[in-house]
Design a protein around this ligand. Structure first.
Ligand code: SF4
Ligand code: SF4
Length: 353
């Protein structure tokens, strides 16, 4: 992999680390700030805060991805009554600022943008997207990260500001006019580049690239998976899988949902609710009493084939960003890195445990 692209100097500033608390305070005047905090030992979540001492700057991955801020796990779509017809519940107009989003999760938003833009555009998602600012933050990988293999370990767009640790300062890339506005409004907090800042940024980016322990060779993966459709591995995974659905629920790019209609006892009013669903659940493929993915192996296989073949055919890229959440969460220790490498025919060491 090549060294990271260095953006135009006009779009780079430095933020002294000692100024980060002040920046958060200013951001809090612009909207509600959500940042990673440690909820339980080693369990992280995005929570409302501008308190730097509460923010886990070195977090690796949150349990649930930040997609929930654009696409909530459960959402009332309509209320209806016989007299008034359908009414959409109002959506907040307030700005939300996601601070500390990692490159893989920023790529995941680009993937969800593709999905929700068509062929059936989802206005509620885009309304939230428009009122959300993203402040990205660099991270260091663990053994479950394979974003390097998925080409999502760095990001060039999709953020307002992106902070990379280069020692005493953050190297700040400005990615939008709103980001520029923040920099202008906080001009006492930011400075221009110092001698050696670019070299330090490049040195750290290259060092980070070498830290990835887990790799998946993705070239020709859709074709390889086509050829391996009957590989006994899918049956073996079906034997292990518990159909708990956790892998899809924690995935930053999974977007399947169920629709639940509820009526009052008289049947003259009710509501329609959308709730995240998982293709691993047995009922997911149940239609009119017939289940066309009755076996767990076919459901596990579907998840892989959708991400690595169907999505590539439709959108030109895999819908996996290599965040490692599904590996960390799977109670059956099914590891996507091992599965993809095994399908390719590469013997891999087990990272589960
Ligand atoms: S499939 Fe797993 S590794 Fe890939 S984006 Fe989803 S949760 Fe992350
Ligand atoms: S998290 Fe693991 S056990 Fe649960 S549905 Fe996914 S693959 Fe199966």
């Amino acid at each position: 992999m090549v060294a990271r692209t260095i953006p135009s100097h006009a779009n780079i500033r430095l933020l002294a680390k000692k100024n980060l608390g002040d920046l958060l305070e200013v951001l809090g005047r612009w909207g509600t700030v959500y940042a990673p905090v440690e909820k339980q030992p080693d369990v992280y979540t995005f929570a409302e805060t501008t308190d730097l001492s509460a923010i886990a700057l070195g977090y690796l991955r949150t349990a649930l991805p930040p997609k929930r801020f654009m696409y909530p796990p459960e959402e009332r779509l309509y209320n209806f009554t016989l007299s008034k017809g359908f009414e959409e519940p109002p959506q907040s107009e307030d700005r939300q600022i996601l601070f500390g989003v990692h490159p893989c999760d920023i790529h995941a938003f680009s993937i969800l943008d593709l999905v929700f833009a068509g062929p059936y555009p989802e206005p509620r998602y885009f309304k939230r997207r428009r009122r959300t600012a993203i402040i990205g933050l660099d991270c260091l990988p663990d053994v479950n990260c394979f974003c390097y293999s998925m080409d999502t370990d760095s990001v060039e767009r999709g953020f307002d500001l992106f902070l990379t640790d280069i020692g005493e300062d953050y190297f700040v890339r400005v990615g939008s006019s709103w980001g520029e506005e923040v920099v202008r409004a906080c001009k006492d907090l930011f400075t221009g580049l110092k001698e050696g800042s670019i070299e330090e940024y490049k040195r750290r980016a290259d060092a980070r690239s070498r830290m990835f322990e887990s790799h998946v060779e993705m070239s020709d993966m859709p074709q390889i998976m086509e050829l391996e459709f009957s590989n006994p591995l899918w049956e073996e995974l079906g034997e292990k899988c518990l159909s708990c659905g956790s892998c899809s629920i924690v995935c930053p790019t999974c977007y399947c949902y169920d629709i639940i209609d509820q009526f009052d006892l008289k049947g003259d009013s009710g509501s329609r609710t959308r709730r995240w669903d998982s293709c691993l659940f047995k009922e997911f493929a149940q239609v009119a009493g017939f289940n066309f993915r009755q076996d767990r192996s076919t459901r596990v296989k579907l998840r892989y084939y959708h991400k690595q073949i169907a999505f590539v055919e439709e959108y030109g890229r895999s819908s996996c960003v290599g965040c490692g959440r599904c590996i960390e969460t799977c109670p059956a220790k099914i590891n996507i890195i091992e599965v993809l490498n095994e399908i390719r025919g590469k013997k891999v060491m087990s990272h589960a445990g």
